[in-house]
Ligand binder design. Structure first.
Ligand code: ADP
Ligand code: MG
Length: 644
């Protein structure tokens, strides 16, 4: 279905929700259902299976949580609803949403279950019981196998962000779970996109599902003002701080970089310049990550620098700005990123740093979001200085005006200083002002090459240097940090190669650990990672052939399960056998195609990255394909790119 206009949207009441939920909805301020909610709630209340396709930020959580809550048997503490999410953050977010929506329901219990959390705690919580379990696939499987989680009373199973679960390599786990739950259950699958593999999962495990598809590619980003800055003449860090200083209505900013190391580096640099900034990445412990998000929510942090994976699904309404410090590798990632702002009906701003040679990606993004992205000029040094000065003056005046400030003691210190040293109060105040601004100078120094000179050259269209400071990106052969060090041609030829890595079963590694580390540290896309074979003390992984040395160097140092990967190509004479993970009693494990991208169409086999296709670095070609798909000429594409 397509989205009805808001004026024709039914009310929550008309959707058939009970009073206990209606009163909660008016308390939390949801006036009307979002399109996906209006479409899904009646089906789910009626017990139908459902396949729901809608972008992030469209209100999918309430679309399944509300009808679920309406149907729960609250006198029974056995799990009746299981929600699977790709990440711990999402599991927590979804269970928080359940708690919020169940505000008026007595004896309601929801339990988030995810890897990384103490087993002992989880076992205790599970034995106490909960009607709704929200978890990540791996840990849910663990508990099902240990029989610490019993799902025989399960009436409803929800797969949230199914495409992300696929991207992260969890789809086999998800299917295993589907096979180990009562076949009488109701099933709802939600996804921002509908790749063929997800459709196949739906075909196998859903019963005559109702299909709901909300075309919101444009409306999700409607509330987001998209702009870009062409990286030229000024280094990116400098540009970032100017933007952070000069942007109007900046409340909190989420800054995206490509690597985990990059998040730390940039957070440190910003913190050193006086910003309340912190990193968010997959290396941090769960509790640390939660703390960062909490601090961002409560305002003790203003800037969080994150990787795509770590920031997935974050819902912090005060994020007013998303800054794409490193350009994303594909348009989908971009849409996910900017969806972190413009939440809960607010307006958001997305700013993209684009190096000249990345302009084609910019075009693809414009095409995908069906919006023009406006170029911005960076504020000049003077602009930023005068802004800082006026903010500083205001802060001083605010302090004087604040009745809670006890300035008496400081008055006496100042008087002593003046008398003992024969100073004028002007001199003294100036010295104090100097001390206060330290770390974040009111007057911005010229840094290396002068700002104005850079600006001047920029306006004349002469490139100075590009891509300086692309945080954490691999170094190119010239030793310069280079965002595009993975040359397009390597990925374009679609060839793959088997690589050896120094971590294996004995280290307790799972394929998804390897996938996660490679995605996070190298920026290689999940879909470019082919088959993984686990051996006792090493593994092999299929990646694009002839990865550049710079990238191999980065990967060599990556640590998984305390092992440096020490990656190298497998030599022809090594004759390594194939050892697919067999630990789950899933018959498909034996049947995997050794090269998922050679999978014939219609073949129903599941590779780890089931919808593999060679990454599309050639964006021009990509947009060409898209425009065909848009006209409905290439139906396969149309299906795949269904979110557009
Ligand atoms: P999705 O899962 O589709 O990404 P979420 O369920 O996380 O979206 O919802 C996005 C935001 O919209 C949340 O802040 C949520 O509280 C808010 N929201 C959801 N439904 C409504 C509604 N009917 N009216 C107003 N805000 C809503
Ligand atoms: Mg969601």
């Amino acid at each position: 279905m397509t989205s009805p206009a808001p004026s024709t949207m039914p009310s929550f009441e008309q959707l058939g929700l009970p009073d206990s939920l209606l009163s909660m909805l008016s308390e939390v301020g949801y006036e009307i259902p979002s399109p996906i909610q209006a479409a899904c709630i009646p089906y789910l209340l009626a017990g139908r299976d459902l396949l729901g396709e809608a972008q992030t930020g469209t209100g999918k959580t309430a679309a399944f949580a509300l009808p679920t809550l309406a149907k729960l048997d609250l006198s029974n503490m056995r799990p009746q609803v299981l929600v699977l999410t790709p990440t711990r953050e999402l599991a927590l977010q979804v269970s928080e949403a359940f708690t919020k929506y169940a505000h008026h329901l007595q004896n309601f219990h929801v339990l988030p279950i995810y890897g990384g959390q103490s087993m002992v705690v989880q076992l205790r919580q599970l034995s106490r019981g909960a009607q709704v379990i929200v978890g990540t696939p791996g840990r849910i499987m663990d508990h099902l196998e240990r029989k610490s989680l019993k799902l025989d009373a399960l009436t409803m199973l929800v797969l949230d962000e199914a495409d992300e679960m696929l991207r992260m390599g969890f789809i086999d786990d998800v299917e295993w779970i589907l096979e180990h739950t009562p076949s009488t259950r109701q099933t709802a699958l939600f996804s921002a996109t509908m790749p063929a593999t997800i459709r196949e999962v739906a075909r196998r495990h859903l019963r005559e599902p109702e299909e709901v598809r909300i075309r919101t590619a444009t409306s999700t980003v409607e509330k987001i003002r998209q702009r870009y800055w062409l990286v030229r003449g000024v280094d990116k860090l400098d540009a970032l701080t100017r933007i952070l200083d000069a942007e109007e209505k900046l409340d909190a900013a989420l800054v995206f970089v490509r690597t985990k190391i990059g998040t730390e580096e940039l957070a440190d640099k910003l913190a050193a310049r006086g910003y309340a900034a912190a990193a968010l990445n997959g290396d941090m412990t769960q509790s640390l990550r939660e703390r960062v998000i909490e601090q961002l929510k409560n305002g003790s942090l203003d800037i969080v620098i994150a990787t795509d994976v770590a920031a997935r699904g974050i819902d912090v309404p005060r994020i007013s700005h998303v800054i794409n410090y490193d350009i994303p590798y594909d348009t989908e990632a971009y849409v996910h990123r900017i969806g972190r702002t413009g939440r809960a009906g607010r307006e958001g701003v997305a700013i993209l740093f684009v190096a000249p040679r990345e302009r084609r990606m910019l075009k693809s993004i414009e095409h995908a979001t069906r919006q023009q992205i406006e170029p911005i000029a960076l504020p000049s040094r003077e602009d930023v200085s005068s802004l800082r000065v006026s903010q500083f003056k205001q802060k001083v005046l605010d302090t004087l005006a604040d009745p809670d400030m006890e300035l008496g003691f400081f008055m006496s210190v100042v008087e002593e200083l003046v008398e003992e040293n024969d100073l004028s109060s002007r001199e003294l105040a100036a010295a104090l002002a100097y001390l206060v601004q330290a770390g974040r100078p009111l007057q911005i120094e010229e840094e290396g090459r002068g700002w104005d000179q850079a600006t001047a050259l920029h306006t004349q269209g002469k490139p100075l240097r590009e891509d300086i400071f692309t945080t954490g990106a691999p170094r190119s052969r010239t030793g310069r940090r280079d965002a595009n060090a993975i040359p397009a041609k390597v990925f374009d030829n679609g060839k793959v190669q088997r690589y050896w890595i120094a971590v294996g079963r004995d280290h307790g590694v799972m394929p998804k650990d390897i996938v996660g580390a490679i995605i996070n540290e190298s920026g290689i896309e999940g879909r470019s990672i082919g088959q993984i074979d686990l051996f006792d003390d090493f593994s092999t992984v299929e990646l694009p052939a002839q990865l550049p040395d710079d990238l191999l160097n980065v990967l060599r140092g990556v640590v998984v399960r305390s092992q440096r990967l020490n990656i190298r190509p497998v030599r022809d004479d090594e004759n390594l056998p194939v050892r697919r993970p067999q630990n789950r009693d899933d018959p498909r494990r034996d049947k995997k195609p050794s090269k998922p991208w050679e999978k014939k169409s219609g073949e129903k086999r599941f590779a780890r990255s089931g919808d593999f296709r060679p990454p599309r670095r050639d964006d021009a070609r990509q947009s060409e394909r898209r425009s065909f798909a848009d006209k409905g000429k290439v139906s396969g594409w149309k299906k795949r790119r269904g979110h557009e």
